[in-house]
Structures are given as C-alpha cells and as structure tokens.
Design a protein around this ligand. Structure first.
Ligand SMILES: [Zn+2]
Ligand SMILES: [Zn+2]
Length: 246
C-alpha cells in the first residue's frame, strides 16, 4: 500500500531565520512532491525566531496559487502556558487562513507535567480559531493523549502527525505509536505535515507513512489524502476562495 498525500499544511520559510528557503522555493518543493495544496506557517510572535506581525498582515498580496499549488496563508501559533493561551489575538489571526497551535520549549515557563500540558491542550481546543494541534508527540511536552484526543474530537480539531518530529526529535516515535493508535481507536482525524524548513523536504513523509501502515490507520481519517476536504473546510470556516485570480 502506498499513500498518495495531496497536502502539506505545516512549512516554514526564511521569514523564520532557522528556515532556509523562500516561499516560492517552498511552493516549488510542494509542486515537485506532487502536492495540490500547501500552507505556509511561519512562527507566531511568541517565538524568539518569528517574523514581524506584518508578515501575516501582508498575506493579502500573495496569489492563491504558486507554482501550480494552491496556497493557504497560515501560522504556527505558540501555546504560551498551561491554560492554552496563544501568542496571537483574534484580530491578528484574522489575517491567517490556517492556524496550527504548538508547544515549544522556548515559549513557556510553566512546569511541563503531564497534568498541566494536558490541561493546556484541552483549553486550547476551546479556541474556535485553532485548526490543528501541532506535533503533540514532542517528548518535551508529555500529556495524557487519550484525554487530549477526546477533547480535540469534541471541538473538531485536527491532530497533526509531524514528519519533522519523527525525524529530528528523540522519543517522538514511541509517543507517536501511542498517540496515533489512539486516534485510530477514537476516530480522530489527522493531517500529516512535513514541518519543512527547506524546500526539498516539503510533502515527503517516509516515517509517517511507515507508522500509519504499521498501525493500519484508516484512510478516511487522514485528511491529507484529500486536498478538497481541507479546501472546503477553509472555505466554510474562513471564506477562503480558491480561484486562480485571487
Ligand atoms: Zn513547531
Ligand atoms: Zn513548525
């Protein structure tokens, strides 16, 4: 079995200086990987290496399609505390069409116990502006996956399977087996993303694919296999109009 992924909804550009490719190069990378839709999601302002807020404010000038790939103009917002607060308010997020929220050690000061991290994710789910919980399997933020996933399902949040975490973060694979096994059991939909910081990495998910095959994960819960599903979601929720002239 080979999975045909159509989307990559978590990518970074040189706007975050630990990214190494331009937006156009990232789009070309997405096209080369056969993606139909990709999202550019540089870091929210709480991160020490994030772009200025104008990066997001100016999204309106970008075309809807680059290098033949549909574009969602997004952000990876930072979860800042154990209460699920994020580093962008409603007005700032109104410029974004796709919102991932993730925990990063550089942005938080609370003691990262499973109880508090779980609470943070659960409170985050109450925020209607969040689309996806980013890399929840990071070992630096241990949580009760079952509790988090049940709340995510209740509020209609997608759970990310992050290829970059599997590649670069120790402990992520063991957590992933548990987390995505539970997604299957509980019927929680996921998106598979690269979290690419370089254009050749866009849309390539070897470890994620292997994991999903081992788990015999149901295709209908993998939204990345159907770009139309994500585009409909963005159209309904944020009025994103997928037309060439936009
Ligand atoms: Zn991240
Ligand atoms: Zn990221």
């Amino acid at each position: 079995m080979h999975l045909h992924f159509q989307t990559d909804l978590h990518t970074h550009t040189i706007a975050s200086t630990h990214g190494y490719s331009s937006l156009t190069e990232m789009a070309q990378g997405a096209a080369d990987a056969g993606m139909k839709l990709f999202a550019t999601t540089d870091h929210g302002p709480g991160s020490p290496d994030s772009p200025h807020l104008w990066h997001f404010h100016n999204y309106k000038i970008l075309p809807r399609k680059i290098c033949g790939v549909w574009l969602l103009k997004g952000v990876e917002a930072n979860i800042m505390d154990e209460f699920g607060s994020i580093d962008m308010n409603e007005k700032e997020l109104s410029f974004c069409e796709w919102v991932i929220a993730s925990y990063h050690t550089s942005c938080v000061t609370f003691r990262r116990t499973p109880e508090l991290v779980t609470q943070g994710y659960q409170k985050l789910c109450e925020n209607p502006l969040i689309d996806v919980i980013g890399h929840p399997t990071t070992a630096m933020f241990p949580c009760d996956f079952e509790a988090v996933l049940k709340t995510a399902k209740e509020y209609g949040k997608l759970i990310e399977l992050n290829e970059g975490s599997l590649q670069w973060k120790p402990g992520a694979m063991e957590n992933a087996v548990q987390c995505y096994g539970l997604c299957k059991k509980l019927g929680v939909p996921i998106v598979v993303n690269s979290d690419a910081h370089y254009h050749t990495l866009v849309g390539k998910y070897p470890l994620s694919e292997k994991l999903l095959e081992e788990l015999d994960f149901p295709n209908e819960l993998i939204y990345s296999l159907d770009a139309d599903r994500i585009m409909e979601l963005a159209a309904q929720k944020r009025g994103v109009c997928f037309e060439e002239s936009n």
